[in-house]
Design a protein around this ligand. Sequence first.
Ligand code: SAH
Length: 370
Amino acid sequence: MTAVTEKVNLLGLTREQLVEFFASIGEKKFRADQVMKWIHHFGVDDFTAMTNVSKALQEKLAACAEVRGPEIVSEDISSDGTRKWVIRVASGSCVETVYIPQGTRGTLCVSSQAGCALDCSFCSTGKQGFNSDLTSAEIIGQVWIASKSFGSIPASSERAITNVVMMGMGEPLLNFDNVVNAMTLMLDDFGYGISKRKVTLSTAGVAPMIDKLSEHIDVSLALSLHAPNDALRNTLVPVNKKYPLQVVLDACKRYIAKLGEKRYLTIEYTLLKDVNDLPEHAEQLVELLKDVPCKVNLIPFNPFPHSGYERPSNNAIRRFQDTLHHGGYSVTVRMPRGEDIDAACGQLVGQVQDRTRRSARYIAVREIEN
Ligand code: SAH
């Protein structure tokens, strides 16, 4: 049996990597720019449609490379305009991508892993355990698929996707290289040309990776805080036992300071009835964040079966918001979107295969942490 050499999937390559690829097949650098535009601006996956590429090069490319997005299992559109794609990745698991239109803004919520190892107590993705890291092609492929579905050209004024948040399934900082490469493509003018302020990585708080991130890219950062003290946070976000509040907030402050301009950390705080939504929690939060340049985004809990948690009343949410407001913070409440298609935060479950691999992932996480 002869070994089949795998074709290089150009979809996930950054401009630098594409230049290297073309050099490796004896072609000039400008080919990278041309092909990148075909792939990301025009959503083309067929080399013969790349009309400014010679026939000879088209054939050469077809022999050793491909442009392959992840498989779309389903696409749903909610009554509020939210769209959700279920996407199958190479490991066999499915992940979800959600598009949220809001006025002139269109935010795409992208997944970085199938499942998640961090096991936050109120997150349905966490309940499934970890299955696999997404490749950079599978991450940027979500933007590619969404962008194609709108038929608008990225990096133009008519673009449908103005913002990307790495807030889908998975912990992006535990799939570091692939996430950084995919975000690099989001920012690149020959990719999606999105402003660095409008691409946000959200983390549960893997502190050393926040420092590492600042060496590679300057996207916006969000921290999933969810509790104003270590004792409570340990029970909700277990990674806090490894990287307690002060350690992770210090890392975030360094990250924001390095951005140099007037940039803010986003604090995400999922409100859980009678767990972390009491007046004393809001007061502690005011104190905890007093020297952190941040904006607070409150997320009323989105219920899922057997979660054991409830969404607070609107009064409790308003009271919490008011306390933060009076403390001097800019606070928004993230209203649930796309609930009729299970697209709200924490409702993204995909369909993770082979849960037995979860324990292996825990070991991998520990290795990263040590
Ligand atoms: N792992 C990363 C990316 C996930 S972002 C992180 O933790 O930041 C998704 C956000 O939604 C996180 O803040 C997460 O804690 C929050 N979330 C998860 N489940 C939720 C639920 N059921 N209701 C509301 N928010 C939830």
